[in-house]
Design a protein around this ligand. Structure first.
Ligand SMILES: [Zn+2]
Ligand SMILES: [Zn+2]
Length: 236
């Protein structure tokens, strides 16, 4: 089955319909909200087929060799933060349009099947939200994607990290050192025994500056995690 067919099947969910149904990316009227995108915007979707370096953004063809090994992880972005993905992610995170999460999960699955690695040896985990923020939003977007991936590959979903500090003030004009300082210490292990000696697929929705993710990776590695792969729907 081609990946386009796979996505078409995966998006066949009951939706809270927008009325009239529109393309989430360009607002063109479409036949059914189940489609999310008009055919033109659907064709814009590009799914990656390799790992990337979290530091320089370079493609990594051989996962055993990283150009920036100090990052202690590989970046696995299903796509680029380029239309139509930003719109889909926005509807998923802020407008709670049911079904978009399944579409994004399907995107992650298609991507994971394309890259060559032993997924069976990995546990799935996610970037936790600060509890107050999660209550306000009503869900953790990363956890939903992680759950979908775990279900599909029959892998364990574990809560490896806890967020003990809210770091939402991640001002855009901060330089990378300030951003890293701002998030330092915001995660602690949920239970260090679940981390030691395990491989983790750490799921988040979008990879932008990477400050939050690299702090999560640091805590996982400090607590004995073996390999860490950061899986995101889109890389900015
Ligand atoms: Zn469109
Ligand atoms: Zn690099």
């Amino acid at each position: 089955m081609s990946w386009r067919n796979f996505l078409t099947k995966a998006k066949n969910f009951v939706l809270d319909a927008l009325f009239p149904p529109i393309c989430l990316n360009c607002s063109t009227p479409i036949q059914s909200q189940k489609d999310f995108l008009c055919p033109l915007c659907f064709d814009l979707l590009e799914i990656n087929s390799s790992f990337y370096c979290p530091k320089c953004g370079g493609r990594i063809t051989d996962p055993s060799f990283s150009c920036h090994p100090q990052t202690q992880c590989l970046l696995a972005p299903a796509g680029a933060y380029f239309p139509p993905l930003p719109a889909l992610i926005h509807y998923f995170k802020y407008k709670k349009l049911a079904g978009v999460s399944s579409f994004l999960t399907a995107l992650l699955i298609v991507y994971l099947k394309r890259i060559n690695f032993e997924i069976g040896s990995f546990q799935i985990t996610y970037i936790p939200l600060y509890p107050f923020k999660e209550r306000k939003r009503g869900f953790n977007q990363s956890q939903i994607l992680a759950q979908g991936v775990a279900n599909y590959f029959s892998l364990p979903l574990v809560k490896a990290l806890k967020r003990i500090r809210d770091t939402r003030v991640q001002a855009k004009n901060k330089n990378s050192q300030d951003r890293q300082k701002n998030v330092f210490g915001c995660f602690v292990p949920a239970d260090s025994e679940t981390i030691k000696g395990k491989n983790f697929l750490l799921v988040d929705d979008v990879y932008t500056s990477g400050a939050t993710v690299s702090e999560a990776v640091r805590v996982l590695k400090e607590n004995g995690a073996r390999k860490v792969i950061v899986l995101v729907a889109a890389k900015a």
